[in-house]
Design a protein around this ligand. Structure first.
Ligand SMILES: NC(=O)c1ccc[n+]([C@@H]2O[C@H](COP(=O)([O-])OP(=O)(O)OC[C@H]3O[C@@H](n4cnc5c(N)ncnc54)[C@H](O)[C@@H]3O)[C@@H](O)[C@H]2O)c1
Length: 249
């Protein structure tokens, strides 16, 4: 029970990596808030967790809405009196070609992936600082380091920004007992990856030394580690969980 009595918020947990993470954190004793713009999907995740006799709650959250983020954070603090773990997993994908990029599409992706992620951290940090404890885990992407070709430039830039946000938050909050880290997946078997054309999926898989995309649970395992006290001396790191694609450390 690595997360006994810990309050854990997982954004974008209606499906994919977020859902696997919410289930994993609950299995390790966490009380999990499944926060997503997709309330029906979030309810399904919570139902699955409750069927295992574990603790989870649904909360609607749209990361592109700063007022909504503030209200969400205030509600969490008033309801649970603390927040121990925040997994910033929600993400909006884009495949708009570089020379066709529009301002609206640029902003839509940045607002969710980068701006929303930072402002949610900013709202919850004072509570973590008060308790001198907190774990923040952010989701970057292979596109951040490699540049987006299949994925849009806006998506790649937002995920590169996540690496920087992770380091800034880690430096700021390390003296206050808070660890801020990230994971960097390459290809994971979720709706997002499977929305690509089959030809792109096949060529992506060819480039993975392990020979297959990640299962969401395999990413959730690293997120669990970074959420627990086993990673107490790690901060400001973004760990490649990519089946050997990058090998850049
Ligand atoms: N699947 C991959 O191959 C892959 C690779 C690299 C990085 N990632 C990153 O991992 C994270 C999870 O990806 P996934 O593959 O599980 O994706 P997914 O599309 O299956 O899930 C994304 C979740 O985010 C939620 N979401 C989208 N916009 C939102 C908003 N405005 N407010 C709140 N929630 C919102 C969706 O409703 C959904 O539940 C994302 O940040 C993604 O960029 C995924």
């Amino acid at each position: 029970m690595r997360l006994k009595d810990k309050v854990c918020i997982v954004t974008g947990a209606a499906t994919g990596i977020g859902k696997a993470t919410a289930i994993k954190l609950a299995e390790h004793g966490g009380t999990v808030v499944v926060a997503d713009i997709d309330v029906d999907g979030a309810e399904q995740t919570v139902e699955e967790i409750k069927q295992k006799d574990l603790k989870a709650f649904v909360e609607e959250l749209d990361l592109s809405d700063l007022t909504g983020i503030k209200e969400f954070a205030a509600k969490m603090i008033s309801r649970f009196k603390k927040v121990d773990v925040l997994v910033n997993n929600a993400g909006r994908f884009s495949t708009m070609p570089l020379m066709e990029m529009t301002e609206n599409e640029w902003d839509a992706v940045m607002d969710v992936n980068l701006k929303g992620t930072f402002f949610l951290c900013k709202e919850l940090l004072p509570e973590m600082i008060k308790q001198h404890y907190g774990k923040i885990i952010n989701l970057s992407s292979l596109a951040a380091k490699r540049g987006g070709v299949t994925s849009g430039i806006n998506y790649a830039a937002s995920k590169a920004g996540i690496i920087s946000v992770t380091k800034c938050l880690a430096k700021y909050s390390a003296p206050m007992g808070i660890n801020v880290n990230g994971i960097l997946p390459a290809f994971c078997d979720t709706k997002m990856f499977n929305s690509l054309p089959q030809k792109k999926i096949n060529s992506a898989i060819k480039g993975i030394p392990v020979g297959r995309p990640a299962r969401p649970e395999e990413l959730a395992n690293t997120i669990l580690f970074l959420s627990s006290d086993e990673s107490s001396y790690i901060t400001g790191e973004v760990i490649n969980v990519d089946g050997g694609v990058l090998m850049d450390s």
